[in-house]
Design a binder for this molecule. Structure first.
Ligand code: PMP
Length: 404
């Protein structure tokens, strides 16, 4: 059992009034709030050990390097990756996907296929389109049904010897659908394709196991998982990371540089050109420690309760329609209120201290599929409460009375 009041006390930002009302923060899919342990760790880094890493013999540089590499190992353990050098620090999910999509040009030729799904975030579409433009490969899309579930028969049908890589999200940020990635990974491998999982919405809500999943790449953003902005991870299997060319050239990622030829550093440094986000990388480890201390068994159980309760209560609002009704969902409720624009609902509930997101959630193809300009989206974290959901429901009813 989680002591929610104790957990809430860990998040200083939650204890404030917005527009004269207690803040209700339901925009967790965009970014999570940060516990005091994370905020303190940022202060501690800059107050005590700030220094550039990997190149100094001096005391502070070694302290900072040790902390950075210790964080890498923490993340390796958390994800159950085989090796710490399979953990590449990035600035976020977008960066991770771009590293892979850019380097994948080496393995893709004209007429090959790159597969994404109908419910991807723009960051798991556009880099693959850029790859297709460069190589002449074709983008193939796994379709979804009206519940917002991928149609697996279609996936089976579309997969072929031409498929080079399948890139899908673990959990959809627009609909909350938890996708059957274990099946996708297995089938894609049988067809000889690599798999990248966009775990941006999964890592805050569950503990993916890299060896069990057996995916080739898995990427996430630290800022959605209680960590600092500008932090993120690309996990890649050793053999893939060794084959993949570097994304950026510069300092840190080289073994030897002459004007005749440059050789690249070993993993993970080959993908970490220049001075990285040292503080953000170190403090992402603190965020992971915090989440592990709360415990993912607890987080999963409690967030499911919030999702079930929120789904039931919001449906009490006459004319409210939930977009995305998959059997397996996590943390997200996208909705529309008949006769209103999502933006107006968002603006009115904001006046009552409630933060939700409105718009296309960087998933324009999802909105096109449902024929919508956007939705209002409430997304939960383990520090939210059922009382906050009650406040949202009353606020939506009030907004509806004002608008309809
Ligand atoms: N994929 C998904 C599913 C997301 O929800 C997000 C963030 N909304 C991203 C990718 C991109 O993450 P970032 O902007 O942190 O790189």
């Amino acid at each position: 059992m989680l002591d929610i009041q104790a957990i809430r006390a860990d998040f200083p930002i939650l204890n404030q009034q917005v527009n004269g009302k207690p803040l209700v923060y339901f925009d967790n899919a965009a970014t999570s709030q940060k516990p005091k342990a994370v905020i303190d760790a940022i202060m501690k880094y800059y107050g005590e050990i700030n220094s550039n890493i990997h190149r100094g013999v001096h005391y502070l540089s070694q302290k900072a390097t040790d902390a950075y590499e210790a964080s890498r190992q923490k993340i390796q353990k958390h994800l159950n990756a085989k090796h710490d050098y399979e953990i590449i620090f990035t600035s976020g999910t977008t960066h991770g996907i771009n590293i892979v999509a850019s380097g994948f040009a080496k393995f893709v030729k004209e007429g090959d296929e790159v597969m994404v799904s109908a419910m991807e975030h723009h960051s798991n579409i556009v880099p693959w389109q850029m790859l297709c433009e460069r190589t002449g490969a074709n983008l193939v899309v796994i379709p979804m049904n009206e519940q917002g579930e991928l149609i697996m028969d279609e996936f089976d049908r579309l997969l072929s010897g031409k498929t080079r890589i399948v890139a899908v999200n673990h959990i959809s940020n627009a609909l909350g659908t938890v996708n059957p990635i274990q099946y996708i990974i297995k089938k894609a491998h049988e067809a000889g394709a690599a798999v990248l999982i966009d775990g941006a919405q999964a890592v805050p809500h569950m503990k993916p196991d890299m060896q069990e999943l057996d995916c080739d790449f898995y990427t996430f953003s630290g800022h959605k998982a209680c960590g600092p902005t500008g932090s993120g991870v690309l996990y890649g299997k050793e053999e893939w990371l060794n084959k993949l060319p570097p994304y950026q050239g510069g300092g840190e990622m080289i073994k030897e540089v002459t004007f005749a030829k440059t050789t690249y550093a070993d993993l993970p440094h080959k993908f970490e050109a220049g001075t990285p986000g040292i503080a953000s990388g170190i403090v992402l480890g603190t965020a992971i420690d915090y989440l592990d201390a709360v415990g993912f068994d607890n987080i999963i159980r409690y967030e499911q309760e919030l999702l079930d309760y929120g789904t039931e209560r919001l449906q009490e609002v006459e004319g409210l329609r939930i977009v995305g009704t998959a059997t397996h969902k996590a943390s997200v409720i996208s909705f529309l209120v008949e006769g209103t624009h999502p933006y107006d609902i968002g603006a009115i509930v904001d006046k009552m201290g409630i933060a939700i997101r409105t718009g296309n959630h960087c998933t324009q193809p999802v909105m096109d599929f449902f024929g919508l300009p956007g939705t209002a989206r409430a997304s939960f974290a383990f520090y939210n409460t059922k009382e906050e959901i009650d406040i949202l429901v009353e606020a939506v009813k009030k907004a509806q009375r004002m608008l309809v």
